[in-house]
Write a protein of this length. Structure first.
Length: 166
């Protein structure tokens, strides 16, 4: 959202930093996937951003685009968010067979490496970032995710954070 994530910062003694913001409710939603090539052990970060909320049809579109991009069958490791469950159910009902699903346990963001991507974006790259409008927020998020997608050690650390061995 356009409301900044307030992070800790340093300031001279007695001079508390102040962020001047206004109450804006514009929303930017994102879908992200970390893909791992089993043979090459190459990690890719794929994402899609849109204004407004994400719906099952958006997730289905993202999964189909990811499949077209990777040109391989997919094993989706996904949380149990209702929109995710609905999207998977619709894909199964449509008879799509190029994917299988491994569900993460309920309420376990610590097991999801994608949560580390969002944490890095919000708490490191965009902490105390005050965008003027939704476009500036969009470009800030794109810059963060682009930098992360180029950093192999950082992408590997997301799996380490989740306790997953590559």
């Amino acid at each position: 959202m356009l409301q900044p994530y307030r992070g800790r910062t340093w300031a001279p003694s007695g001079q508390t930093p102040v962020q001047r913001v206004w109450d804006r409710r514009d929303r930017l939603s994102a879908i992200c996937a970390l893909s791992l090539s089993p043979r090459r052990r190459h990690i890719s970060l794929n994402y899609w951003l849109q204004q407004g909320n994400i719906h099952a049809t958006d997730i289905i579109f993202f999964i189909k685009e990811l499949h077209a991009h990777l040109q391989k069958d997919l094993i989706l490791v996904i949380d149990r968010f209702p929109v995710h469950r609905s999207a998977v159910r619709q894909l199964c009902d449509a008879g799509i067979r190029w994917f299988s699903v491994e569900w993460l346990p309920s309420y376990s963001p610590e097991l999801d490496p994608v949560e580390a991507v969002w944490s890095h974006t919000k708490c490191a790259d965009l902490a105390n970032f005050i965008p003027a409008d939704i476009d500036e927020l969009y470009y800030g998020v794109v810059d963060s995710l682009t930098q992360q997608s180029r950093d192999t050690k950082l992408k590997t650390s997301y799996f380490d954070w989740a306790g997953l061995k590559l």
